[in-house]
Each structure stands twice: as C-alpha cells, then as structure tokens.
Design a protein around this ligand. Structure first.
Ligand code: CA
Length: 236
C-alpha cells in the first residue's frame, strides 16, 4: 500500500456503475477517492478537495472532459495536475491529439478497473521521480540537469544555457511524454505577464537543440500544438 494510501484521486464519470467500480478498486489499493459526475462539479471538487490525480471521463454532461482539461490547464495552480482521461476507442485522431494536449495518459473504454489502477500508480510513480517532488537532478540519457547548481551537462561536459533555455528544458524534463502547448510553455517559463509571442518558444527550442544535440530527436513538435519530450521509458 505505502504511498498510495496518502494520495487522493478524483474520479469524474457520469455513469454511476463505472464510477462506483473505479472508486472501489482505487480504495482497495489504499487511495482516498472523491467523485464528481459533471464537468462543473469536477472543477469544484478540484478546488475543494485538491486531489493528487484526476481520472476524467471524456463524455460528461454540461461540460465535456476536454473542456474541463483545458480549463484546469489554463490556471497555474492546476496546470500540471495529473489527468488520466477515459475515452472511447472510436474517437477520431484529432480528439486524441486534443487529449494529449491536456491529459497525461488515457485509457480506452471498455477498460479493466485493474488496468486503470495500474495506470494511476504508474503515473504517480513517474511524477514522484521528478525533482518537483524534492529531488535535485533530472537525467535524460547522457544529459544531467542539476537544479541546485543551475547546471546542465552532457556526460561530464557542462553546457552553458541562458535562464530561459534552462527553464524551458526543466519544464520539458518534468513532463516527459506530455504535449506542452506553446502557451503553456510561455506561461511557465516567461510568466503570465510576458507580452512576447509564442514564436519565442520555437526560437528557444531551436537553440536548445543546437546546444544539446541529443534533444534534436527527443523533442518532437506536435502538429500546430506545441512540443513533447519523448518519454525515456519509451511509453510516449
Ligand atoms: Ca460518460
């Protein structure tokens, strides 16, 4: 059980049977579970309950999961809240890209509750390994980012980065496998009161790739949306 027993999961689903089943399986694993059945209720619960992760159904009354995701991502407090989206298999690829935009992972219906719980645990584990939770280094292949010393090296060779390049790289390393829009990156690195354009992000990504050649392949551009650092585990 261990760490799971301290984590609070918000499950959002309007189908009562699925909601109860998922809740039951998560609680069996020691998670605390709160629930919501509509989009607006989900947003309220996020504020009141401060969950550690959300299991969010795509098809919801009043406001669908995509819109909920978008709203959560647009507020600094919840921009990085882990979200696992529940979705039907038949969805168009555009929707999937939309999901990638906001969700950290998704599970297609029908799903086994056991498999979903495994995905919840995997996502929480992945996030626990990141320095945002107390560690001091990121590693990505031969690249090391030392947060305390504000240094990036390839092997033993230190690579000087500007503050913005450092911030951008840190943000990518913190969220491997997730599509980060230019807006999200701009807000995270330059701040909400920055008046530059999203092209600034493209320019800095290009500079990062020039300075750190291993990122040339590792940072992929996702259509017109933004960028993604490939998950080093190969799962995304
Ligand atoms: Ca539903």
């Amino acid at each position: 059980m261990g760490a799971a027993s301290h984590k609070k999961i918000l499950v959002v689903e309007d189908e009562q049977d699925i909601l109860q089943l998922v809740k039951l399986y998560l609680e069996k694993e020691g998670f605390r579970v709160v629930t919501a059945m509509t989009g607006p209720e989900c947003l309220r619960q996020v504020k009141e309950e401060k969950p550690d992760l959300i299991v969010l159904d795509l098809m919801l009354p009043e406001m669908d999961g995509l819109e909920v995701c978008k709203r959560l991502r647009s507020v600094p407090d919840t921009a990085m809240l882990p979200i696992i989206m529940l979705t039907a298999k038949a969805e168009e690829s555009d929707t999937i890209i939309g999901l990638e935009l906001g969700a950290d992972d998704y599970v297609t219906k029908p799903f086994s509750p056991k498999a979903l719980v495994a995905r919840v645990k995997a996502l929480l584990r992945r996030l626990e390994r990141t320095p945002a939770n107390g560690a001091s280094h990121y590693r990505y292949g031969s690249l090391t980012m030392d947060l305390a010393r504000h240094e990036v090296s390839l092997g033993k060779q230190e690579v000087p980065l500007t503050a913005k390049e450092f911030g951008l790289l840190e943000h990518l390393l913190r969220h491997p496998g997730r599509v980060l829009t230019r807006d999200v990156l701009l807000n995270a690195v330059w701040g909400y009161d920055y008046y530059g354009t999203t092209r600034t992000v493209d320019v800095h990504i290009r500079r990062l790739k020039q300075k750190l050649p291993l990122l040339e392949e590792a940072i992929v551009s996702v259509k017109s949306l933004g960028y993604k650092l490939k998950d080093p585990d190969g799962s995304g």
